[in-house]
Ligand binder design. Structure first.
Ligand code: SF4
Ligand code: SF4
Length: 333
């Protein structure tokens, strides 16, 4: 059955109502489509006017100017969910205040610990997590989350919420409001475990009261030839509140909105977007320093004959490597 507008769902035990489709903003950022604030603002504002009520960003994406340009165009602002790599309270404060200043906002909707790789990494981020909780207590953010590509991270968040004495992470993580997890039926991009295990863990997370957001439903472009099935599979996971999907054009927004509302998109638009898949490119000026190779947790990069090469079958277009290149030699087009 088709709906005229996107359904809204509550995120775990928070009071936040999210549209089931969220706007992943990495696509308009310098590391990907590199749109000007004006061009990006136009696209992001379009998504919001069409009913997408939250934007997924991160300190790393370096795109607050683009988001601010969208906010300037809108009378009703979207919810802003961002992420920090901070380990310490001071860095959380710096990242949070930077986001507020750049976005021209006093408060943000949610702040997450970015890219948590294992229970060990969570343990190492306790001070930052406590600082996030303090921001929530002061009413400066409404929710605190954990973003991850790791099954064991989601499992440990579930365990810490149960009465089990087998705590693999500090107890304070019981206070998390939601987890933002990589979920798709290829498992590409997972740091550990299988997609079935991630699905089980995320379902258990929702049952434990944690909100669940999903990312990478197209597996970083690997499921582009099966986009309808990928969206249907995503929507069948009823424990997920909402999906962040990176979209760089109004056409992509229209298509995803149609799918998420149960409608058939326009055939021409489908053909147009299918013929323009994104891909990671390493420019000729790569000097082979290897920074990107150690940054890629998917094992998609390697050095050969003095420069970086990419194994596209493993790349999920997360852009983490691009941010680590001192020579700006990595682009995703
Ligand atoms: S970080 Fe940049 S310069 Fe260094 S190997 Fe990777 S692409 Fe090349
Ligand atoms: S190569 Fe870069 S974009 Fe691709 S998975 Fe690795 S870090 Fe992400």
């Amino acid at each position: 059955m088709s709906a005229t507008s996107l359904e809204l769902k509550r995120l775990g035990g928070t009071g936040l109502l999210l549209s089931v489709l969220g706007m992943g903003t990495l696509t308009v950022s310098p590391a990907q489509n590199n749109l000007s604030p004006a061009a990006a603002g136009e696209i992001l504002a379009y998504a919001v006017r069409r009913g997408i009520n939250w934007l997924d960003t991160a300190h790393l994406y370096n795109n607050y100017a683009q988001i601010r340009a969208a906010l300037d165009r809108l009378s009703v602002p979207p919810l802003i969910m961002t992420k920090t790599y901070a380990y310490e309270a001071e860095q959380v404060s710096r990242d949070f205040n930077y986001a507020r200043r750049e976005l021209g906002l006093d408060e943000l909707t949610a702040l997450m610990l970015h890219e948590q790789e294992s229970p060990l990494t969570l343990a190492g981020h306790v001070e930052a997590f406590e600082a996030l909780l303090q921001l929530r207590e002061r009413g400066l953010i409404q929710a605190v989350g954990i973003s991850t590509h790791s099954v064991s991270v989601v499992e440990s968040l579930v365990r810490v919420r149960s009465d089990s004495s087998d705590l693999s992470i500090p107890e304070i993580y019981r206070e998390a409001d939601f987890v933002f997890a990589l979920l798709n039926q290829t498992g590409i991009g997972l740091l550990d475990g299988s997609w079935q295990e991630m699905e089980r863990a995320a379902r258990a997370a929702e049952r434990s009261g944690l909100g669940v957001l999903g990312m990478k439903l197209f597996a970083g472009g690997h499921l582009l030839s099966q986009r309808v099935q990928a969206v249907q599979a995503a929507l069948s996971l009823d424990f997920v509140t909402s999906w962040s999907v990176g979209m760089g054009t109004k056409t992509e927004i229209d298509i995803n909105l149609d799918w998420f509302c149960g409608r058939e998109p326009d055939q021409k638009s489908l053909e147009l977007t299918a013929s323009q898949p994104r891909r990671l490119v390493i420019e000729d000026w790569c000097v082979g320093c290897g920074n990107c190779v150690s940054r890629c947790r998917s094992g998609a990069l390697y050095l050969q004959r003095g420069r970086a090469e990419v194994d596209h079958s493993k790349c999920i277009l997360c852009s983490y490597c691009a941010a680590s290149c001192p020579y700006y030699a990595i682009k995703i087009w």
